[in-house]
Design a protein around this ligand. Structure first.
Ligand code: ATP
Ligand code: MG
Length: 271
C-alpha cells in the first residue's frame, strides 16, 4: 500500500462532513462538520454523553454513520488505516483478556489484513523503544490485567507509538493516571507534535485544557465550535457546550478571566 506524503500544516488531518450517528433512533452526534489541522495538539471537550467517544469511533469507522462522511488526510480510512492510532477510553476495554504488555504493544506493528506475519528485528526494536518511552519496559512480560489503571493506559499509548502513525486519537488518556505520568505523557505528545504528528485527545478536565492544547473542539451532540483555543473558548461557546451545569459554568468563567495561553507558540499559524 503506498504511503501518502503528509506535510504538517499543508492539509487537514480529519475532515468530518455532515456526520450523524444514532443509537436506537436517538441521535448522539448530529450533523457534525469539522476540519482539523495537522501538526497540532487538539482537545475535544464536552459533558458526559455529549458524543466525544462516538466522534472518535465514527472517525475510526467503529460505528456506522447514519449520514455524512469522514476523510483522513483527504483519504478514506481504509487506505490510510496504518497512519492512524487509536487508544480507546479505558472503561471500554476488556482488561481480562490474556495478553502480556509486550504482546499488546506488538499489535501496533502488525499490518491489518495480513495473516501470519512475522515481526522483523526493526519491529521488535520499535516495540522496545515505545515501552521505554512510557517507562513500562520492565513490565513487558506482565499480564495486562495485572497492571494498575495508569500502567494499562501507558501500555496502550506505547502500542500507538509503536505503530508510528501520523494521527493519534486518544480517548481520555489521563483518566486514572497520576500527575507525574500525565506530565510525562504530555511531554511525549508535545515532542510528537513537534515532529509533525497530529494528536487528538478527548479530555474532561477543563482546568487544564488551556495549558495542554492549542486547538479545541467543543461538542454537545452538535458541533458547538472548533478552532484555535483562544478564539473558541468564549462564554457563549462554553454555555452551549456545558449549558445547565451552572456550578461548572461559574468555574469556567473564572478560567476564562484568568487564562493566559502558555502553550501558544510564537509564529503559530492561524487557520
Ligand atoms: N453502544 C451504544 N448503544 C446505545 N447508546 C450508546 C452506545 N454508546 C454510547 N451511547 C450513548 O450515546 C451517547 C454518547 O456517548 P459517548 O460515549 O459518545 O459520550 P461521551 O461524550 O464520550 O461521554 P463520557 O464523557 O461519559 O465518556 C450517550 O448518551 C450514550 O449513552
Ligand atoms: Mg467518552
Amino acid at each position: 500500500m503506498p504511503k501518502p506524503f503528509v506535510k504538517a500544516g499543508t492539509m487537514n488531518s480529519i475532515k468530518v462532513h455532515n456526520a450523524s450517528v444514532t443509537y436506537n433512533q436517538l441521535p448522539v452526534l448530529w450533523d457534525v462538520d469539522m476540519d482539523l489541522p495537522t501538526g497540532r495538539l487538539i482537545g475535544i471537550v464536552g459533558q458526559n454523553g455529549s458524543g466525544k467517544s462516538t466522534l472518535l469511533k465514527a472517525i475510526m469507522g467503529l460505528v456506522p454513520l447514519s449520514s455524512g462522511n469522514v476523510k483522513i488526510f483527504e483519504q478514506d480510512l481504509d487506505t490510510i488505516r496504518t497512519e492512524v492510532a487509536y487508544v480507546p477510553q479505558r472503561e471500554s476495554v476488556d482488561w481480562n483478556f490474556p495478553a502480556s504488555v509486550q504482546e499488546i504493544v506488538r499489535m501496533g506493528r502488525y499490518q491489518p489484513g495480513r495473516l501470519f506475519q512475522r515481526l522483523t528485528k526493526l519491529d521488535h526494536q520499535l516495540v522496545e523503544d515505545a515501552l521505554k518511552k512510557v517507562n513500562m519496559l520492565s513490565f513487558k512480560n506482565r499480564q495486562i490485567g495485572e497492571l494498575s489503571g495508569g500502567q494499562q493506559q501507558r501500555v496502550f499509548i506505547a502500542r500507538a507509538l509503536a505503530q508510528g502513525a501520523k494521527l493519534y486519537l486518544l480517548d481520555e488518556p489521563f483518566v486514572g493516571v497520576d500527575v507525574a505520568t500525565e506530565k510525562a505523557i504530555m511531554d511525549l505528545l508535545i515532542e510528537m507534535k513537534k515532529e509533525g504528528k497530529t494528536i487528538v485527545i478527548v479530555h474532561h478536565d477543563l482546568h487544564s485544557v488551556t495549558s495542554l492544547f492549542d486547538y479545541l473542539v467543543m461538542l454537545n451532540t452538535r458541533m458547538i465550535a472548533h478552532g484555535a483555543i483562544d478564539e473558541v473558548l468564549t462564554t457563549e461557546n462554553l454555555n452551549a457546550t456545558f449549558g445547565g451545569q451552572l456550578n461548572l459554568f461559574a468555574q469556567l468563567q473564572q478560567i476564562i478571566k484568568e487564562r493566559d495561553f502558555p502553550i501558544r507558540e510564537k509564529g503559530f499559524e492561524e487557520k
